[in-house]
Design a binder for this molecule. Sequence first.
Ligand code: AMP
Ligand code: SF4
Length: 474
Amino acid sequence: MFSKDRELHEECGVFAVCGYENAAAMCYYGLHSLQHRGQEAAGIVVKNKEALSIQKGEGLVTEVFDQDKISKMKGDHAIGHVRYSTAGGGGIANVQPLLFRTLNGSLGIAHNGNIVNANVLKADLEKKGSIFSSSSDTEILGHLIMREEGHMIDRICNSLNKLDGAFAFLILIENALYVARDKYGLRPVSIGQLPNGAYVFSSETCAFEVVGAKFVRDLEPGEIVRVKDGQIKSKLYTNDVTDKICAMEYIYFSRPDSNLDGINVHTTRKLAGKQLFKEAPVEADLVIGVPDSSISAAIGYAEAANIPYEMGLIKNKYVGRTFIQPTQEMREQGVRMKLSAVSSIVKGKRVVMIDDSIVRGTTSKRIVRLLKEAGAREVHVRIASPAIKYPCFYGVDMSTMDELISNRLNVNELCNYIEADSLAFITEEGIDKSIHFNKEKHKCSLCLACFNGEYVTNLYDSFEMDKIKKGKEY
Ligand code: AMP
Ligand code: SF4
């Protein structure tokens, strides 16, 4: 049961090019700059005149594609996808985009997020005769669209309205591209424009810089955009919308140079560091951040504390993220391969170590030990997110309830477990303040469900539901 549900959880990045010669090459560059969102697999669907073709495979963008493959992918429209590692993996059938060949033409779909009512919809579709070739929830949208009738925009909108959960969808057909964002705004997707007027779409704005596009705007929650013959049209597929972008996009997942819903990620992380100092100050000699995602917060903490920020930890850039290794033992090994403490910097010092989050506790425990072995006198751990107590059902692989260490241990117990001299997490109010630092301008709110259990959707038949309810009564 556990691994079945895990297969459905995907963290990903999507990128689309609409009306540009060599669209596949541009898509390759876009995906490359979204590589931090998924390192397990990559794929591109390209449209040449009326024909859609696909190349996909497991590995990094540079491993899946080479010059030869890209130059053979002729066409002026492309959608691409990078996928994060999750338990089980699922093999090539689950690698996106998915390409459907139907009587009425071909359809390519790329999806970032997770559909929470996937099991219910899938069972219903199977009863009606649909045959699924992957365990990915993305395939459901393809089957739903195929069963609808009428104009493509209506077929897609009707289908989207049956889905619940988090998504940024790219749907490429033979004469148009459609891009949709979930009605809660959980997953981001932005519109950019190339100097020749062609539109590009990306999970994160950092990709626009790379391909030479200028940012146009973010898609709104519940919005669908169609690009056909170079013209862009937009509408809401539902009026039942809220604004609950995923807080972890700012805290951990996105690149610091990206702007999400108009807010720069580095700025929010730095402010979170400053706020963390306000909430949990400590006497210390220097501040270090766990590279790369915690450096902005560490700089903020150091600035607020008026003590130096130092490079006390060095990352081996050629090792993938620790979560890629599936077993606990391998994960611990991964952390060791990944980080080294700089003894000449930390020796004899009282160190504040900033990390963006604690999930299973492996990283913090290992780093505290590394710093102490390197001679640090004291190690005070400050975490730039609230404690993660609940799993994510919206596409961020947070592991299960039982694996989340803050679900089992309170702050003091966790401090002992990671062998730190002190430990503190930023508060929920603190993280909200650092993301929505301009209250006038930033009207949207955040999903904070992995911290407080307040899920923005129904969780249907989720296998974790009982535990979550019990946990909340406790
Ligand atoms: P852990 O060792 O399990 O406590 O994981 C904490 C580390 O994983 C932190 O340093 C984070 O930067 C990183 N992290 C947080 N959330 C995720 C995620 N969803 N996927 C992969 N890594 C994560
Ligand atoms: Fe993001 Fe956490 Fe909400 Fe998942 S539960 S969407 S990780 S804030």
